[in-house]
Design a protein. Structure first.
Lengths: 293, 201
């Protein structure tokens, strides 16, 4: 019997926007901290602010997607839940991230306390980047999410989109005035890192899809994933465009800007597919045709 | 003590009496089915068979919804019932995606079965639903606490559903599990459900 493919509907676009913003925001913030260590003060502050803005937007989207937004503080109440752990990471990252940025805004010395605060902020940023993989990993009814590679996938796609955002910011600073981006804003180097991140994320996502095809339900999940309307636009933006244009003209600010925006949006799209293109196990899919709703 | 339900698929005739009894008892909204009946076609033409698969909540011992809930709103009682404290639910739907059985529903509120009418109007405390929260089958906990069986068990005309204590060797459910070919859905997921099914094979 040919069974219809039932996609999970509980989490949709708002949650994929939230998770994508968290991923890109966490990565771009850590890159900002690293840029600060090698002397690029404008780039460092720009990246940190961009990261914190992404996190703030993600938090707003998350809260307003709740059925009971005013009860949002309750999400800290179950430390055994991956979502609660993510909420802790989000809160601590936001607080320590703002404190790290304050050192740059107010010109406080970047030694001692700063190094501790920035390191802790980076650790919690990593938690924010990784936790969606663990949140989805406990969902046993969705074959696409049962992979042990899921946290790695979310980390790799966050790095690809975060580097895209960082490259975009560096390109804008280059267009605004030479030298503003500092050593970690070198477009040639950044382009190479972005190429590497895009290639690695593509390889990891592709490996997961190939491994998933080994079982019948897995194969149905892969079919649902690649047939989703967002699949080819995301692949074009996130994979093909950055790989082609950065290979052709890696040091051009305009090209870097285009590649950065494409990578950011494309990998947001691919992360969106992991939610909206995720098929349920057949039980739910079969049920869809049974009771008239 | 561990409450559980055994559903004999050979007896189920797909009449939906359980679905309606659940709706009547719990006053659930349109598009919310705490008890759902799946109509499954098994086999390949010409060797096919139609099977009805009723699906209440599985009240799993290792419930993924309990592990996923960030607020502790979903919890497991000592008697094995997995319940939701609506006062604590934030409506994040983490439990909905965590449940492999699709047994959880988000209640948006407002919908009625009759345009301009009020049904499902609540008459009893357990029939009041909080919009913006997630809800599910409770095995009719309000009835169990009063010494009655779940509404779906009482309503089933073919006695396909049997309810009782899975840990009591003398109970009807334990006897059926010993004597018949019993199985659970998605056992490989390690959820240890309390809802069992019986089949001929």
């Amino acid at each position: 019997m040919s069974k219809p493919i039932g996609l999970q509907r509980a989490w949709g676009t708002p949650i994929s926007i939230e998770m994508s913003l968290e991923g890109a925001g966490g990565v771009v913030f850590v890159l900002g901290v690293l840029a600060g260590r090698v002397g690029g003060s404008v780039m460092a502050l720009t990246a940190m602010i961009a990261g914190l803005v992404c996190i703030a937007l993600a938090t707003l989207v998350l809260i307003f997607d709740l059925g009971m937004p005013l009860r949002a503080p309750f999400v800290f109440l179950n430390p055994r839940s991956p979502m609660s752990l993510g909420a802790y990471s989000l809160l601590l990252f936001a607080a320590l991230g703002v404190l790290t940025g304050a050192f740059w805004v107010f010109g406080w010395p970047k030694t001692g306390l700063y190094l501790i605060v920035a390191a802790l902020a980076s650790v919690f940023a990593a938690g924010v980047v990784l936790y969606p993989g663990f949140v989805l990993g406990v969902c046993k009814g969705v074959p696409l999410w049962r992979s042990s590679l899921l946290p790695v996938i979310f980390a790799a796609t966050a790095i690809a989109s975060g580097l895209g955002l960082y490259l975009t910011l560096a390109a804008i600073l280059h267009l605004a005035g030479a030298g503003l981006a500092g050593p970690l804003g070198s477009l040639g180097t950044l382009s190479q890192w972005t190429l590497l991140a895009v290639a690695a994320a593509t390889l990891i996502v592709l490996s997961n899809l190939v491994l998933l095809r080994a079982t019948p339900t897995g194969a149905r999940s892969v079919a649902a994933f690649v047939r989703h309307a967002a699949f080819w636009p995301s692949v074009l933006l996130g994979v093909i465009l950055p790989l082609v244009i950065l290979s052709l003209a890696p040091a051009s600010a305009v090209v870097a800007l285009a590649a950065g925006v494409a990578s950011l949006l494309g990998w947001f799209g691919i992360r969106h597919l992991f939610l909206s293109g995720a098929a349920m196990e057949p039980m739910q899919a079969m049920g869809a045709a049974i009771l008239p709703l | 003590m561990r409450y559980g339900m055994v559903i004999d698929l050979e007896r189920c005739i797909g009449c939906q009496a359980c679905t309606v009894a659940c709706k009547e008892e719990n006053r659930t909204a349109p598009r919310v089915f705490w008890n759902r009946l799946y109509d499954v076609e098994v086999g390949t033409y010409p060797n096919v068979k139609r099977v009805f698969l009723p699906r209440p909540c599985m009240h799993c011992a290792e419930a993924p919804c309990v592990a996923a809930c960030p607020t502790g709103a979903t919890y497991r009682r000592d008697d094995g019932l997995v319940l939701v404290n609506a006062e604590r639910c934030v409506g994040c739907k983490a439990c909905m995606v965590a449940c492999p059985y699709g047994a959880r529903y988000f209640y948006e509120g407002g919908a009625t079965y009759f345009p301009g009418g009020s049904y499902p109007e609540p008459h009893l405390p357990h029939q009041i639903h909080q919009s913006g929260t997630v809800e599910k089958c409770t095995y009719c906990v309000h009835r169990l606490d009063e010494g009655f069986e779940p509404a779906c068990v009482v309503a089933c005309p073919t006695r396909a559903r049997v309810f009782g204590d899975l840990e009591d060797a003398q109970s009807e459910v334990s006897r059926l599990l010993r004597e018949r070919n019993a199985f659970r859905i998605f056992p490989e997921m390690g959820t240890d459900p309390s809802t069992w099914y019986l089949s001929r094979r």
